[in-house]
Each structure stands twice: as C-alpha cells, then as structure tokens.
Design a protein around this ligand. Structure first.
Ligand code: BTN
Length: 315
C-alpha cells in the first residue's frame, strides 16, 4: 500500500482526526488528504467524515490493504482475486529482484502441489506465497518449510482448530483414526550452494471452502468445516505471516517448535524417498528438517520424501 495511505490509517487508528490536523501531521495539503481518503475508500476501508473529522469505521474483509493494515511483519502484499499460482507469480517477482513480498489470492486456477501434483484452490481459501532472501546456505533452506508449518499450525489453533504436523509439512486435523489435510506447503528456491538467492514458501490453507469441493484423494478438511463457521481470513493470514516472520529469524528454534506439534514422531511410518521406501518408527527430527527413522536394520536419516503414517500392527 502507498506509504502516505498507511500513515493516514495509522493516524485514524485511535479515533477521528480532522482534515487540517491530518494535513499537518502528514505534511500534505488538505486536498491530498481527501484524495488519499477516497483511495482508501476505493480499497474497501469505510471512512466516515463528519464534524469530528475523518473516522475509520471498518477495514476490508480480505485483500492486500486488509492484510497489510495492522500487520506486525515487514511484508508488502500483492492480492489477486484469481491467479494461476501465487508461487509462480512470486517466482516472477523474485526474478525482478523483489523481497519480503507476499502474493495472496482468493482463488488459483493452476495451483501447484508437491511432486508436481495439482493443488485445488477454489475461492474462499488462503492461497499465499512468501518471497524472501535469507542469508543462509541452500542446505539450511528446508527449515523455512518447517517454520511455515509451525506458523500455520499456531494460527489454526488460535482459530480453534487443533491442527498437527505430519512430516515434513502437511498440516492435518485428526478425526479418530483418520487424518484430514488442512494445509499444504510448497517451498521453491534458487541460489548457489553456499548462499540462497531467494526462497518462495507457498502455503495453501483450506480456509472457507467446502471439503466436498476438493479432491477426495487428499482426504481434505477446511477451517470452516472444522469450526462450523467461516474464519476471518484477514486475521488468519496476518497471524500466519507474523508467526512466520518471527520463526524465519529464529531458525535455530524452529525444529523444537515443530516437535511440539508433530504427529509423526513415535509413529510407524513408511517414507517413499528417491532412493526407495524406508519403513520404521519415526523417532526424531534434525535440523534443518530431516526425519530420523529407527528401522529393523538401524537408524536412517531421511531428508525428503512422501511420508505415510502406518497403523501399528495389532498385538
Ligand atoms: C502440497 O502438495 O501439499 C503443497 C501444496 C501447496 C499449495 C500452495 S497454495 C499457494 C501456493 N501456490 C501454489 O501454486 N502452491 C502453493
């Protein structure tokens, strides 16, 4: 959002302010104040103007300005009602040199998942990609995927949904013996071995969508289905981005935070890796995100793969 508009909103945060006072505080003319107020109204902010001056009545429900307003993290937000893929757009922005940018969409028409799968993204979701340039070697980058999983799990729990994380980055909700997928995360990056150039962490939250509209094979759920009412997508996106921002700067503690929400540890798992299938008990996770599996032939450390939680063998 335009910097002056940010300042207008900040000035209105504590109550109504007169046009001349705003003009003075922002060091712009009264007609410029009026133009910025009109522009904010066009973006969906309800700003009344009466004898007390300008007053902020409401903030738009969702969109770039909605998420930026009151966001306690240094991201600028680009919003699309509909876009093929927020990750693809964030990659283009990376090629143009951007950083600390979030691409957010209500709907994706070509959403991408892990392992080249499609990611169904109907209107009502929170489909977003965070582009940033951390000063770390490429080998450490998987920690940002874990950070995203922790951030979104915390936001879901604050919204009243008891989510947990299946290694490496599926955020799930338990229903008896079954786990239903709430969120998917797809991280892409570029750089040299010793330094990342950019990272795009794509996070797909089934927010206010009907799981019946999502493909069955993923066994999907959504925030609205779990809560029996819609979630405030603006607040959810803000909490998610704030948590992610704090964690990306504290990567040494991400693994510990991840363990707190892990549903994989202590379970029998089968992980399909490029080198074959590994089965055993998941006993730990190591920085920057590798799973330690106790197999019949000893411990294996797996850094990537598709993980399945197996039912314990009945005794
Ligand atoms: C998975 O396969 O579980 C990962 C799914 C990741 C989906 C998100 S939605 C926002 C971003 N844009 C995309 O095209 N994909 C990611």
């Amino acid at each position: 959002m335009n910097e002056t508009r940010h300042r207008v909103l900040d000035a209105l945060a504590d109550g109504p302010v007169s046009g001349p006072t705003l003009a003075d505080e922002l060091d712009i003319s009264r007609s410029a104040v009026w133009k910025h107020v009109e522009a904010l109204r066009d973006e969906g902010f309800e700003i009344r103007s009466d004898d007390a001056g300008y007053g902020l009545d409401s903030v738009p429900e969702f969109g770039a300005s909605a998420v930026e307003y009151g966001l306690d993290a240094p991201f600028s937000v680009e919003y699309h009602d509909s876009i093929p893929s927020t990750n693809a757009r964030a990659r283009d922005l990376a090629a143009d040199g951007a950083s600390d940018t979030v691409v957010l969409a209500d709907e994706q028409t070509g959403g991408r998942g892990r392992l080249d799968r499609e990611w169904h993204s109907p209107s009502g979701g929170i489909w977003l990609s965070v582009l940033f340039r951390p000063d770390v070697p490429m080998a450490h980058a998987p920690v940002f995927t874990l950070a995203a999983a922790v951030a979104v799990t915390r936001a879901a729990r604050e919204a009243g949904v008891e989510a947990g994380i299946k290694w490496p980055n599926d955020v799930l909700v338990r229903h008896g013996d079954e786990e239903r997928k709430l969120v998917g995360i797809l991280t892409e990056m570029e750089g040299e071995a010793d330094r990342v150039s950019w990272v795009v962490v794509g996070i797909g939250v089934n927010a206010n969508v009907d799981p019946a509209d999502l493909p069955d094979d993923a066994n999907p759920t959504s925030l609205s289905a779990e809560r029996d009412e819609p979630v405030d997508r603006r607040l959810f996106a803000q909490r998610l981005l704030e948590e992610f921002d704090a964690l990306r700067q504290d990567s040494a503690n991400v693994v510990e935070a991840w363990r707190e929400y892990a549903t994989t540890l202590g379970k029998q798992v089968r992980v399909e890796t490029p080198g074959g299938s590994i089965e055993g008990e998941a006993v730990d996770i190591q920085f920057p995100g590798a799973l330690v599996i106790e197999t019949e032939s000893g411990r294996e450390v797996v850094s990537a793969g598709d993980c399945e939680h197996l039912r314990p063998i009945a005794e």
